[in-house]
Design a protein around this ligand. Sequence first.
Ligand code: CA
Length: 231
Amino acid sequence: MAEGKKIFIVEDERRIARFLQMELEHAGFVTEVEENGRRAYERIIQGDFDLVLLDIMLPEMDGLTICRKVRELSDIPIIMLTARDEIDDKVQGLDIGADDYVTKPFAIPELFARMRVALRKPVKAVDPAEESNEELKLKNITMNITRREVMVDDTGVELTKKEFDLLEYLIRNKRNVLTRDQILSQVWGYDYMGDTNVVDVYIRYLRAKLDDKFNEKYIYTMRGVGYVVKD
Ligand code: CA
């Protein structure tokens, strides 16, 4: 399976990255390593890799965010590398489109077995026309993700970048109750140092521009838990 396959190792722990690189190259793969999340995302969407091994806790952009953003553009096989105490992250990783995960510390034969399965997946090329029309819907709200436009029926709604990202995350997880911590890590990033009040503040902004303005209920508060949107 290895011949010439190009594996992108996204891991900020150098010891692990180095170990993976040695094992993979020994097995005949070509590898590249990146330790910064944001740069990793940019390199993945430029294509050119056959599979990504993706750590979760990374500087600048976490692995779950990378996976979710990559899935808007590409079917490239992604295997998450998770620590033992990141069980929830595992589940979430699969929800947002990762192909599989392995738990650190992992055995190389197990990793290779999972890579073999993931590499068999047919990868669809990005169709720019299709991609530019990706739309999310909630009731009478339509979000065009690539053009970053939001319409309520025929009326355009101006949202700031964070408001847009928050609404996108809520609608992508329609009917799932999202905790403030989940929202914070997905919309503001793992490294965000502020407190979770920022989520409530932005929910208020969104409600002012949507629920209040259009006299409709989009965003529900689940007391003591978080927020949910539903049709
Ligand atoms: Ca890490």
